[in-house]
Ligand binder design. Structure first.
Ligand SMILES: Cc1cc2nc3c(=O)[nH]c(=O)nc-3n(C[C@H](O)[C@H](O)[C@H](O)COP(=O)(O)OP(=O)(O)OC[C@H]3O[C@@H](n4cnc5c(N)ncnc54)[C@H](O)[C@@H]3O)c2cc1C
Length: 383
Protein backbone atom coordinates (compact mmCIF):
# COMPACT_ATOMS: atom_id res chain seq x y z
CA UNK A 1 0.00 0.00 0.00
CA UNK A 2 1.32 3.45 -0.99
CA UNK A 3 -0.10 6.61 0.57
CA UNK A 4 2.30 8.95 -1.25
CA UNK A 5 0.99 11.31 -3.89
CA UNK A 6 2.70 11.00 -7.28
CA UNK A 7 4.95 13.78 -8.57
CA UNK A 8 2.09 14.97 -10.84
CA UNK A 9 -0.38 15.01 -7.97
CA UNK A 10 2.03 17.02 -5.81
CA UNK A 11 2.54 19.48 -8.67
CA UNK A 12 -1.22 19.97 -9.08
CA UNK A 13 -1.71 20.35 -5.32
CA UNK A 14 1.12 22.87 -4.97
CA UNK A 15 0.10 24.89 -8.01
CA UNK A 16 -3.52 25.06 -6.81
CA UNK A 17 -2.44 25.88 -3.26
CA UNK A 18 -0.28 28.78 -4.42
CA UNK A 19 -3.03 30.08 -6.70
CA UNK A 20 -5.64 29.71 -3.99
CA UNK A 21 -3.63 31.55 -1.35
CA UNK A 22 -2.15 34.23 -3.63
CA UNK A 23 -5.08 34.99 -5.93
CA UNK A 24 -8.34 33.86 -4.29
CA UNK A 25 -7.77 34.29 -0.54
CA UNK A 26 -7.11 38.06 -0.68
CA UNK A 27 -10.39 38.56 -2.57
CA UNK A 28 -12.62 36.04 -0.77
CA UNK A 29 -14.08 38.33 1.87
CA UNK A 30 -14.94 40.99 -0.71
CA UNK A 31 -16.60 38.43 -2.98
CA UNK A 32 -18.73 37.16 -0.08
CA UNK A 33 -19.69 40.69 0.93
CA UNK A 34 -20.54 42.04 -2.53
CA UNK A 35 -21.77 38.82 -4.18
CA UNK A 36 -19.81 39.73 -7.31
CA UNK A 37 -19.09 36.96 -9.77
CA UNK A 38 -15.27 36.96 -10.06
CA UNK A 39 -14.81 36.35 -13.77
CA UNK A 40 -11.15 37.30 -13.75
CA UNK A 41 -10.36 34.56 -11.22
CA UNK A 42 -12.53 32.00 -13.05
CA UNK A 43 -10.74 32.79 -16.33
CA UNK A 44 -7.37 32.54 -14.60
CA UNK A 45 -8.33 29.09 -13.26
CA UNK A 46 -9.31 28.09 -16.79
CA UNK A 47 -5.97 29.22 -18.20
CA UNK A 48 -4.24 27.02 -15.61
CA UNK A 49 -6.29 24.06 -16.85
CA UNK A 50 -8.23 23.45 -13.62
CA UNK A 51 -11.60 22.80 -15.30
CA UNK A 52 -10.22 19.97 -17.41
CA UNK A 53 -7.83 18.06 -15.14
CA UNK A 54 -9.42 14.57 -15.56
CA UNK A 55 -10.66 15.05 -19.16
CA UNK A 56 -8.53 13.64 -22.02
CA UNK A 57 -6.42 16.14 -23.95
CA UNK A 58 -8.25 15.39 -27.21
CA UNK A 59 -11.38 16.90 -25.61
CA UNK A 60 -9.72 20.02 -24.26
CA UNK A 61 -8.64 18.61 -20.89
CA UNK A 62 -5.28 17.89 -19.26
CA UNK A 63 -5.41 14.09 -19.40
CA UNK A 64 -5.02 13.75 -15.63
CA UNK A 65 -7.15 11.85 -13.15
CA UNK A 66 -9.77 12.26 -10.44
CA UNK A 67 -7.28 12.23 -7.58
CA UNK A 68 -5.63 15.28 -9.18
CA UNK A 69 -8.99 16.95 -9.76
CA UNK A 70 -9.99 16.54 -6.14
CA UNK A 71 -6.66 17.75 -4.78
CA UNK A 72 -7.32 20.86 -6.88
CA UNK A 73 -10.87 21.21 -5.49
CA UNK A 74 -9.60 20.88 -1.91
CA UNK A 75 -6.89 23.50 -2.34
CA UNK A 76 -9.15 25.98 -4.14
CA UNK A 77 -11.86 25.56 -1.48
CA UNK A 78 -9.31 26.30 1.22
CA UNK A 79 -9.56 29.93 0.13
CA UNK A 80 -13.20 30.00 -0.99
CA UNK A 81 -15.60 27.05 -1.24
CA UNK A 82 -17.66 28.68 -3.99
CA UNK A 83 -14.84 28.08 -6.47
CA UNK A 84 -14.76 24.43 -5.38
CA UNK A 85 -18.51 24.26 -6.02
CA UNK A 86 -17.98 25.76 -9.47
CA UNK A 87 -15.39 23.07 -10.28
CA UNK A 88 -17.58 20.32 -8.85
CA UNK A 89 -20.50 21.18 -11.12
CA UNK A 90 -18.70 22.12 -14.32
CA UNK A 91 -16.07 19.34 -14.25
CA UNK A 92 -17.06 16.50 -11.93
CA UNK A 93 -20.67 16.53 -13.06
CA UNK A 94 -21.18 18.25 -16.44
CA UNK A 95 -17.88 17.55 -18.22
CA UNK A 96 -17.86 13.99 -16.93
CA UNK A 97 -21.42 13.31 -18.10
CA UNK A 98 -20.68 14.74 -21.56
CA UNK A 99 -17.50 12.69 -21.77
CA UNK A 100 -19.04 9.45 -20.53
CA UNK A 101 -22.31 9.55 -22.45
CA UNK A 102 -21.95 12.08 -25.29
CA UNK A 103 -21.56 11.32 -28.99
CA UNK A 104 -18.34 12.36 -30.70
CA UNK A 105 -20.13 15.41 -32.12
CA UNK A 106 -21.56 16.39 -28.72
CA UNK A 107 -18.13 16.07 -27.12
CA UNK A 108 -16.53 18.29 -29.78
CA UNK A 109 -19.27 20.90 -29.50
CA UNK A 110 -19.99 21.01 -25.76
CA UNK A 111 -17.27 19.21 -23.83
CA UNK A 112 -14.20 20.87 -25.38
CA UNK A 113 -15.07 24.49 -24.36
CA UNK A 114 -16.13 23.32 -20.88
CA UNK A 115 -12.97 21.27 -20.30
CA UNK A 116 -10.91 24.26 -21.42
CA UNK A 117 -12.87 26.45 -18.99
CA UNK A 118 -13.87 28.83 -21.78
CA UNK A 119 -17.46 27.96 -20.93
CA UNK A 120 -18.96 26.83 -17.63
CA UNK A 121 -21.50 24.03 -17.28
CA UNK A 122 -24.56 23.75 -15.03
CA UNK A 123 -26.67 20.83 -13.97
CA UNK A 124 -30.42 20.78 -13.28
CA UNK A 125 -31.99 17.88 -11.47
CA UNK A 126 -33.71 19.52 -8.48
CA UNK A 127 -37.22 20.94 -8.95
CA UNK A 128 -39.63 22.65 -6.54
CA UNK A 129 -41.32 19.32 -5.75
CA UNK A 130 -38.41 16.98 -6.42
CA UNK A 131 -35.32 17.32 -4.23
CA UNK A 132 -34.15 14.20 -2.40
CA UNK A 133 -36.83 12.32 -4.33
CA UNK A 134 -35.18 13.34 -7.61
CA UNK A 135 -36.96 10.58 -9.52
CA UNK A 136 -40.25 12.45 -9.13
CA UNK A 137 -39.32 15.35 -11.44
CA UNK A 138 -42.09 16.86 -13.56
CA UNK A 139 -40.18 18.65 -16.31
CA UNK A 140 -41.18 17.13 -19.65
CA UNK A 141 -39.59 16.99 -23.10
CA UNK A 142 -41.75 16.25 -26.14
CA UNK A 143 -40.43 15.64 -29.63
CA UNK A 144 -42.01 18.11 -32.05
CA UNK A 145 -40.65 17.78 -35.59
CA UNK A 146 -36.87 18.01 -35.25
CA UNK A 147 -36.94 19.68 -31.82
CA UNK A 148 -37.48 18.68 -28.24
CA UNK A 149 -39.90 21.03 -26.52
CA UNK A 150 -39.13 21.30 -22.80
CA UNK A 151 -41.59 22.50 -20.16
CA UNK A 152 -40.87 22.82 -16.46
CA UNK A 153 -38.53 24.43 -13.98
CA UNK A 154 -35.33 23.63 -12.10
CA UNK A 155 -34.28 25.24 -8.87
CA UNK A 156 -31.09 25.95 -6.95
CA UNK A 157 -28.98 25.66 -10.12
CA UNK A 158 -25.29 26.33 -9.39
CA UNK A 159 -23.21 28.25 -12.00
CA UNK A 160 -26.08 29.01 -14.37
CA UNK A 161 -26.12 32.73 -13.48
CA UNK A 162 -22.55 33.21 -14.75
CA UNK A 163 -22.29 35.08 -18.07
CA UNK A 164 -19.92 32.42 -19.37
CA UNK A 165 -22.20 29.52 -18.36
CA UNK A 166 -23.48 28.42 -21.74
CA UNK A 167 -25.24 25.14 -21.10
CA UNK A 168 -27.25 23.17 -18.56
CA UNK A 169 -27.70 19.41 -18.52
CA UNK A 170 -31.20 18.63 -17.32
CA UNK A 171 -33.26 15.60 -16.46
CA UNK A 172 -36.70 15.50 -18.07
CA UNK A 173 -39.46 12.99 -18.68
CA UNK A 174 -39.99 12.14 -22.34
CA UNK A 175 -43.27 10.75 -23.65
CA UNK A 176 -41.85 7.27 -24.02
CA UNK A 177 -40.08 7.62 -20.72
CA UNK A 178 -43.25 8.78 -18.95
CA UNK A 179 -44.92 5.54 -20.01
CA UNK A 180 -42.01 3.60 -18.58
CA UNK A 181 -41.44 5.98 -15.69
CA UNK A 182 -37.97 6.84 -16.94
CA UNK A 183 -35.95 9.99 -17.35
CA UNK A 184 -33.79 11.33 -20.19
CA UNK A 185 -30.97 13.87 -20.13
CA UNK A 186 -30.83 16.90 -22.40
CA UNK A 187 -28.15 19.40 -23.28
CA UNK A 188 -29.91 22.77 -23.11
CA UNK A 189 -27.93 25.79 -24.35
CA UNK A 190 -28.69 28.95 -22.40
CA UNK A 191 -29.57 30.85 -25.56
CA UNK A 192 -32.31 28.37 -26.58
CA UNK A 193 -35.71 29.93 -27.33
CA UNK A 194 -37.91 29.54 -24.23
CA UNK A 195 -34.95 29.32 -21.79
CA UNK A 196 -35.58 31.77 -18.95
CA UNK A 197 -32.95 32.53 -16.31
CA UNK A 198 -35.03 32.91 -13.14
CA UNK A 199 -34.34 34.68 -9.89
CA UNK A 200 -30.95 34.70 -8.20
CA UNK A 201 -31.32 33.10 -4.77
CA UNK A 202 -30.36 35.09 -1.70
CA UNK A 203 -28.34 32.56 0.28
CA UNK A 204 -26.95 32.77 3.83
CA UNK A 205 -23.47 31.99 2.48
CA UNK A 206 -21.70 31.14 -0.79
CA UNK A 207 -22.56 34.58 -2.17
CA UNK A 208 -20.04 34.28 -5.00
CA UNK A 209 -21.77 31.16 -6.30
CA UNK A 210 -24.28 31.91 -9.08
CA UNK A 211 -27.35 29.98 -7.92
CA UNK A 212 -30.50 30.65 -9.93
CA UNK A 213 -33.86 29.23 -10.83
CA UNK A 214 -34.32 28.13 -14.46
CA UNK A 215 -37.64 28.05 -16.32
CA UNK A 216 -38.27 26.17 -19.54
CA UNK A 217 -41.20 27.80 -21.27
CA UNK A 218 -41.69 25.57 -24.30
CA UNK A 219 -37.94 25.71 -24.61
CA UNK A 220 -36.79 24.23 -27.95
CA UNK A 221 -33.57 22.30 -28.44
CA UNK A 222 -32.54 20.22 -31.48
CA UNK A 223 -33.33 16.51 -31.45
CA UNK A 224 -29.59 15.79 -31.29
CA UNK A 225 -29.35 17.39 -27.84
CA UNK A 226 -30.53 14.23 -26.14
CA UNK A 227 -27.55 12.95 -24.13
CA UNK A 228 -26.87 9.24 -23.85
CA UNK A 229 -29.46 6.51 -23.60
CA UNK A 230 -32.97 8.08 -23.50
CA UNK A 231 -34.17 5.50 -21.00
CA UNK A 232 -31.15 5.83 -18.70
CA UNK A 233 -30.94 9.57 -18.06
CA UNK A 234 -31.51 9.12 -14.35
CA UNK A 235 -28.85 6.47 -13.88
CA UNK A 236 -26.43 8.60 -15.94
CA UNK A 237 -27.01 11.44 -13.47
CA UNK A 238 -26.54 9.14 -10.50
CA UNK A 239 -23.23 7.91 -11.94
CA UNK A 240 -21.76 11.40 -12.18
CA UNK A 241 -23.29 12.52 -8.89
CA UNK A 242 -21.23 9.82 -7.23
CA UNK A 243 -18.16 11.77 -8.32
CA UNK A 244 -19.89 14.98 -7.26
CA UNK A 245 -20.04 13.53 -3.76
CA UNK A 246 -16.29 13.04 -3.71
CA UNK A 247 -16.00 16.67 -4.82
CA UNK A 248 -18.22 17.88 -1.98
CA UNK A 249 -16.03 15.91 0.44
CA UNK A 250 -12.93 17.59 -1.03
CA UNK A 251 -14.55 21.03 -0.64
CA UNK A 252 -15.36 20.19 2.99
CA UNK A 253 -11.77 19.12 3.66
CA UNK A 254 -10.44 22.34 2.09
CA UNK A 255 -12.72 24.47 4.26
CA UNK A 256 -11.93 22.45 7.40
CA UNK A 257 -8.18 22.67 6.75
CA UNK A 258 -8.53 26.45 6.41
CA UNK A 259 -10.45 26.56 9.72
CA UNK A 260 -7.61 24.63 11.35
CA UNK A 261 -4.91 26.86 9.79
CA UNK A 262 -6.60 30.07 10.93
CA UNK A 263 -7.34 28.67 14.39
CA UNK A 264 -3.76 27.51 14.94
CA UNK A 265 -2.43 30.93 13.96
CA UNK A 266 -4.97 32.92 15.95
CA UNK A 267 -4.71 30.82 19.10
CA UNK A 268 -0.95 31.40 19.23
CA UNK A 269 -1.41 35.17 18.81
CA UNK A 270 -4.38 35.84 21.06
CA UNK A 271 -3.35 36.57 24.63
CA UNK A 272 -5.85 36.18 27.49
CA UNK A 273 -5.02 35.91 31.18
CA UNK A 274 -1.41 36.69 30.25
CA UNK A 275 -0.89 33.68 27.96
CA UNK A 276 -1.66 32.72 24.36
CA UNK A 277 -5.02 30.90 24.36
CA UNK A 278 -3.17 28.05 22.53
CA UNK A 279 -1.58 27.17 25.86
CA UNK A 280 -4.95 26.25 27.39
CA UNK A 281 -5.80 22.59 27.19
CA UNK A 282 -9.42 23.19 26.16
CA UNK A 283 -8.19 25.02 23.05
CA UNK A 284 -5.43 22.47 22.37
CA UNK A 285 -7.93 19.59 22.49
CA UNK A 286 -10.22 21.37 20.06
CA UNK A 287 -7.28 21.84 17.67
CA UNK A 288 -6.16 18.24 18.10
CA UNK A 289 -9.69 16.94 17.32
CA UNK A 290 -9.93 19.25 14.30
CA UNK A 291 -6.65 17.94 12.89
CA UNK A 292 -7.74 14.30 13.29
CA UNK A 293 -11.09 14.99 11.60
CA UNK A 294 -9.50 16.78 8.64
CA UNK A 295 -6.91 14.06 8.13
CA UNK A 296 -9.47 11.24 8.21
CA UNK A 297 -11.80 13.02 5.81
CA UNK A 298 -8.95 13.71 3.38
CA UNK A 299 -7.80 10.09 3.42
CA UNK A 300 -11.36 8.97 2.77
CA UNK A 301 -12.08 11.22 -0.24
CA UNK A 302 -8.69 10.39 -1.76
CA UNK A 303 -9.46 6.69 -1.45
CA UNK A 304 -12.82 7.19 -3.20
CA UNK A 305 -11.16 9.20 -6.00
CA UNK A 306 -8.40 6.61 -6.35
CA UNK A 307 -10.94 3.78 -6.65
CA UNK A 308 -12.73 5.76 -9.34
CA UNK A 309 -9.44 6.21 -11.23
CA UNK A 310 -8.89 2.43 -11.04
CA UNK A 311 -12.36 1.91 -12.57
CA UNK A 312 -13.44 0.14 -9.40
CA UNK A 313 -16.71 0.27 -7.52
CA UNK A 314 -16.74 3.24 -5.16
CA UNK A 315 -20.38 3.91 -4.22
CA UNK A 316 -19.79 3.19 -0.54
CA UNK A 317 -16.54 5.18 -0.36
CA UNK A 318 -17.89 8.23 -2.25
CA UNK A 319 -21.06 8.32 -0.16
CA UNK A 320 -19.31 7.83 3.17
CA UNK A 321 -16.66 10.43 2.22
CA UNK A 322 -19.41 12.97 1.49
CA UNK A 323 -21.34 12.17 4.65
CA UNK A 324 -18.33 12.18 6.97
CA UNK A 325 -16.62 15.26 5.51
CA UNK A 326 -19.76 17.41 5.35
CA UNK A 327 -20.74 16.59 8.94
CA UNK A 328 -17.15 17.06 10.06
CA UNK A 329 -16.73 20.51 8.50
CA UNK A 330 -19.77 21.91 10.27
CA UNK A 331 -18.28 20.93 13.65
CA UNK A 332 -14.80 22.12 12.72
CA UNK A 333 -16.07 25.49 11.44
CA UNK A 334 -18.08 25.96 14.62
CA UNK A 335 -15.01 25.18 16.76
CA UNK A 336 -12.95 27.59 14.66
CA UNK A 337 -15.40 30.41 15.38
CA UNK A 338 -15.37 29.45 19.06
CA UNK A 339 -11.57 29.62 19.17
CA UNK A 340 -11.73 33.10 17.61
CA UNK A 341 -14.30 34.27 20.18
CA UNK A 342 -16.23 37.39 19.17
CA UNK A 343 -13.84 38.13 16.32
CA UNK A 344 -14.87 34.82 14.76
CA UNK A 345 -18.34 36.22 14.26
CA UNK A 346 -17.06 39.19 12.26
CA UNK A 347 -17.03 39.17 8.46
CA UNK A 348 -13.41 40.30 8.30
CA UNK A 349 -12.30 37.02 9.91
CA UNK A 350 -12.40 34.20 7.32
CA UNK A 351 -13.72 31.65 9.83
CA UNK A 352 -17.09 33.47 9.89
CA UNK A 353 -17.42 32.81 6.14
CA UNK A 354 -16.37 29.18 6.54
CA UNK A 355 -19.01 28.78 9.24
CA UNK A 356 -21.92 30.07 7.13
CA UNK A 357 -20.65 28.15 4.10
CA UNK A 358 -20.14 24.81 5.85
CA UNK A 359 -23.79 23.97 6.45
CA UNK A 360 -24.74 23.71 2.80
CA UNK A 361 -22.30 20.84 2.27
CA UNK A 362 -24.69 18.59 4.23
CA UNK A 363 -27.41 19.42 1.69
CA UNK A 364 -25.97 19.72 -1.82
CA UNK A 365 -25.54 16.63 -4.02
CA UNK A 366 -27.73 14.67 -1.61
CA UNK A 367 -28.45 15.40 2.04
CA UNK A 368 -26.80 13.59 4.94
CA UNK A 369 -30.04 11.66 5.41
CA UNK A 370 -29.98 10.52 1.79
CA UNK A 371 -26.30 9.54 2.19
CA UNK A 372 -27.29 7.33 5.12
CA UNK A 373 -30.13 5.79 3.10
CA UNK A 374 -27.64 4.94 0.31
CA UNK A 375 -25.16 3.50 2.82
CA UNK A 376 -27.89 1.39 4.42
CA UNK A 377 -28.68 0.06 0.94
CA UNK A 378 -24.98 -0.66 0.35
CA UNK A 379 -25.04 -2.63 3.60
CA UNK A 380 -27.87 -4.73 2.19
CA UNK A 381 -30.43 -3.52 4.72
CA UNK A 382 -34.13 -3.84 3.74
CA UNK A 383 -35.79 -0.65 2.37
C1 LIG B 1 -26.56 26.29 -2.69
C2 LIG B 1 -27.21 25.12 -3.37
C3 LIG B 1 -26.78 24.74 -4.65
C4 LIG B 1 -27.41 23.69 -5.31
N1 LIG B 1 -27.03 23.37 -6.59
C5 LIG B 1 -27.74 22.44 -7.30
C6 LIG B 1 -27.47 22.22 -8.70
O1 LIG B 1 -26.56 22.80 -9.28
N2 LIG B 1 -28.26 21.34 -9.37
C7 LIG B 1 -29.28 20.66 -8.76
O2 LIG B 1 -29.93 19.87 -9.43
N3 LIG B 1 -29.55 20.85 -7.44
C8 LIG B 1 -28.82 21.74 -6.71
N4 LIG B 1 -29.10 21.95 -5.39
C9 LIG B 1 -30.21 21.22 -4.78
C10 LIG B 1 -29.80 20.18 -3.75
O3 LIG B 1 -29.21 19.09 -4.37
C11 LIG B 1 -31.08 19.84 -2.96
O4 LIG B 1 -31.38 20.98 -2.16
C12 LIG B 1 -30.94 18.60 -2.13
O5 LIG B 1 -30.85 17.46 -2.93
C13 LIG B 1 -32.13 18.43 -1.15
O6 LIG B 1 -33.35 18.58 -1.79
P1 LIG B 1 -34.43 19.58 -1.18
O7 LIG B 1 -33.78 20.89 -0.96
O8 LIG B 1 -35.64 19.56 -2.05
O9 LIG B 1 -34.81 18.98 0.23
P2 LIG B 1 -35.89 17.82 0.55
O10 LIG B 1 -35.67 16.66 -0.34
O11 LIG B 1 -37.23 18.42 0.57
O12 LIG B 1 -35.46 17.42 2.02
C14 LIG B 1 -35.88 18.11 3.19
C15 LIG B 1 -35.39 17.30 4.39
O13 LIG B 1 -36.04 16.02 4.40
C16 LIG B 1 -35.08 14.98 4.44
N5 LIG B 1 -35.57 13.83 3.70
C17 LIG B 1 -36.08 13.79 2.44
N6 LIG B 1 -36.42 12.53 2.11
C18 LIG B 1 -36.09 11.74 3.17
C19 LIG B 1 -36.19 10.34 3.44
N7 LIG B 1 -36.66 9.48 2.54
N8 LIG B 1 -35.77 9.90 4.65
C20 LIG B 1 -35.27 10.75 5.57
N9 LIG B 1 -35.16 12.08 5.38
C21 LIG B 1 -35.56 12.58 4.19
C22 LIG B 1 -33.84 15.61 3.78
O14 LIG B 1 -32.67 14.90 4.14
C23 LIG B 1 -33.89 17.01 4.35
O15 LIG B 1 -33.37 17.01 5.65
C24 LIG B 1 -28.47 22.98 -4.68
C25 LIG B 1 -28.88 23.35 -3.39
C26 LIG B 1 -28.27 24.40 -2.75
C27 LIG B 1 -28.75 24.78 -1.37
Amino acid sequence: MDFDLTREHKMIRDMCRDFSQEVIAPRAEEIERTGEYPYDIINHMARLGMMGIPIPEEYGGCGGDWVGMHLCIEEISRADATFGALLDVTTSVVAQELHAFGTEEQKRKWLVPIARGEKIGAFGLTEPDAGSDAGSIRTTATLNGQDWVIRGRKQFVTNIGLNNANVILIAALTKKAIQRGRISTFIVPKDSPGFILGKRYEKIGWHGSATHEVIFDDCRVPEDNLLGDPSKGFSQHLTVLQTGRISIAAIAVGVAQACLDHSLRYSKERIQFGKPIASYQTIQFKLADMSVAVDLARTQYLKAAWLKDQGRKHAFEATSAKLFASEMVERVASDAVQIHGGYGYMMEYPVSRYYTGAKVLQIVEGTSEVMRIILARELGLPS
